[in-house]
Design a protein around this ligand. Structure first.
Ligand SMILES: [Zn+2]
Length: 241
């Protein structure tokens, strides 16, 4: 009885050895192993969100006394939440009212911008979004506009996708187009694709009022996040700059 039992176990072991050493099963195991390795090695997308200004630098001041730095931060924090829901690793250049300079810096504005650029580089960001508000001497001028660095195909693509989505989401008959720029410090100094989103004009009384509203900020963040995910999903990060 015992002998028979061992013979059966032995046969089963032989059978299993044959099955697992066949070419086909080795291939299957290799594939499973490779898939697992690839999944583990797939790099999480890193995006830097940069709420412009902060601290002693208020940015533009609205006709209703709204401060650009506050609106920038609120839209940026909403954008952070939405991107994180899409498994994006978000790094913020600031999460409170403090600017990125120290009291000892003689040129605080330059020190602040340099710190932002350094942070984008050191975080190995795939892309970066700077959030700002605009202002002009003529009250009637309004509408969001996205800027990218001249010569950056990725920047252009990303900026155009965001511009289109903001116009669609906000629905304010905004005819502005994404625009290239060569002189903005952050655009010039950043290596990964960076876009500057000017969400609206604080010099326009209606837009300035809207930009202070929570649901308007939420819509703006929603549009920007949707466009970023469209850009990534269409392979925008795989194109060379
Ligand atoms: Zn600004």
């Amino acid at each position: 009885m015992k002998k028979k039992y061992f013979a059966v176990v032995f046969l089963v072991l032989i059978l299993l050895a044959v099955v697992f050493s066949s070419n086909q099963s080795i291939k299957v195991m290799k594939r499973i192993f490779a898939t697992t390795m690839t999944d583990k090695n797939t790099k999480q997308i890193v995006i830097v969100i940069d709420p412009g200004h902060g601290g002693r630098d208020p940015g533009k001041v609205g006709v209703n006394n709204a401060l650009e730095k506050d609106i920038n931060l609120r839209v940026s924090l909403k954008l952070k939440t939405l991107l994180e829901l899409n498994d994006v690793k978000v790094i913020m250049t600031r999460e409170d009212d403090n600017g990125l300079y120290s009291q000892s810096d003689s040129n605080k504005k330059r020190a602040d911008l340099d710190s932002r650029v350094d942070l984008i580089h050191s975080s190995h960001a795939d892309l970066a979004v700077s959030i700002h508000q605009n202002s002009f001497t003529e009250e009637y001028v309004k509408g969001a506009q996205v800027f990218y660095y001249s010569g950056s195909n990725q920047g252009k693509q990303l900026a155009e996708t965001i511009q289109t989505q903001i116009v669609k989401t906000i629905g304010d008959d905004n005819h502005r187009k994404a625009k290239s720029n060569v002189s903005y410090y952050m655009l010039k100094k950043t290596q990964c694709p960076l876009v500057i989103v000017e969400c609206g004009y604080l010099s326009n009384s209606n837009e300035s009022k809207l930009l202070l509203q929570d649901d308007y900020q939420e819509n703006m963040a929603w549009a920007i996040h949707l466009a970023i995910m469209q850009f990534i999903n269409k392979g925008g990060l795989e194109d060379t700059k």
